[in-house]
Design a protein around this ligand. Structure first.
Ligand SMILES: N[C@@H](CCC[C@H](N)C(=O)O)C(=O)O
Length: 289
């Protein structure tokens, strides 16, 4: 089967976008893996499938699949690319677009010059809601936050703060993002038994109260050039620990994201950043599965 797609990227986090507004809904996990494959397929960190509105008051639905084929709840950089896709391709004339994801409805807004601002909803800090099994682990309070010491399989231990942005994150503070042990520690925490749905792992370097550097080892994908929900989770963790102000510039390997959070547990996190078209294409899909 031939399939049309659009390649997009947001701060270097890259996507294959599929328009499923006219029919054809869903591929097999193997077909998503094929599209994400950088040697045999198109190449992407995630696949975004744009679908018609499922209910009154919502404009679209979109599904997110990681490079490993698994479906996930939320994607910050993907939300910005989704918004530019439906707006610039004439699927809507709205600038604020209400879209349903697996974890709820979010509202990206086209703000011009290739930038999109997204109300990412409120963070969830209760460990069991991330989900994170904190039972019996050593814990300490830092500012308003609770952090936990996670034992790793190599015998070391790491202080982490779990945060959900609709999808699960563990945030670690590091001295230098550039030299952080992302490849060694990231996979150990991603599949740690204490995170029953696995987890995205953020390595956060505080530069000042309004500036951080961040690298993220993403669940189901590995390290990406940027992770939008990871940036939101890291800033929430930093603000909650008393380390950051309410507006923070997040430098990732792929570009700049601006995150704002007023700091109350009921407050939404806002993310602003780029969303860029790369190319359109067509590819022969392998038979499912
Ligand atoms: N790149 C994304 C996050 C994609 C999903 C994530 N890997 C997960 O499994 O939760 C972003 O920009 O937020």
């Amino acid at each position: 089967m031939q399939i049309r797609f659009t390649k997009m990227q947001g701060a270097g986090n890259d996507f294959v976008v599929l328009d499923e507004t006219q029919g054809q809904r869903g591929l097999s996990p193997a077909q998503y893996r094929f599209l994400a494959d950088r040697h045999f397929g198109v190449g992407a960190d995630q696949i975004l499938s744009v679908r018609p509105a499922p209910a009154e008051g919502i404009d679209f639905e979109y599904a997110i699949h990681n490079a490993d084929g698994g479906e996930v709840e939320q994607c910050g950089n993907g939300a910005r690319c989704f918004a530019r896709y439906v707006h610039d391709r004439g699927l809507t004339t709205k600038k604020v677009i209400r879209v349903k994801t697996l974890s709820g409805v979010i509202a990206p807004e086209i703000v011009g010059e290739g930038q999109v601002r997204v109300d990412m909803g409120r963070p969830e800090l209760r460990p069991e809601q991330v989900p994170f099994d904190a039972a019996g682990l050593q814990s300490r309070a830092v500012g308003r936050a609770q952090t936990w010491q996670l034992p790793l399989s190599d015998g070391a231990a790491q202080w982490i703060m779990p945060v959900s942005m609709g999808n699960p994150h563990a945030v670690l503070l590091v001295d230098e993002a550039d030299t952080a042990p992302v490849a060694a520690v990231g996979p150990q925490i991603e599949r740690h038994a204490r995170f029953p749905q696995r987890v995205n792992v953020g390595f956060l370097q505080r530069v000042s109260r309004s500036e951080v550097r961040l690298r993220v080892y993403e669940r189901g994908t590995g390290e990406t050039l940027a992770c939008g929900t990871g940036a939101c989770a890291a800033v929430v963790a930093g603000i909650h620990q008393g380390l950051l102000d309410t507006q923070v510039r997040v430098h990732t390997r792929g570009g700049l994201l601006q995150i704002a959070w007023a700091g109350g547990e009921g407050d939404s996190v806002f993310m602003t950043g780029p969303a860029t078209f790369v190319f359109d294409g067509q590819i022969e899909l392998p038979e499912a599965p």
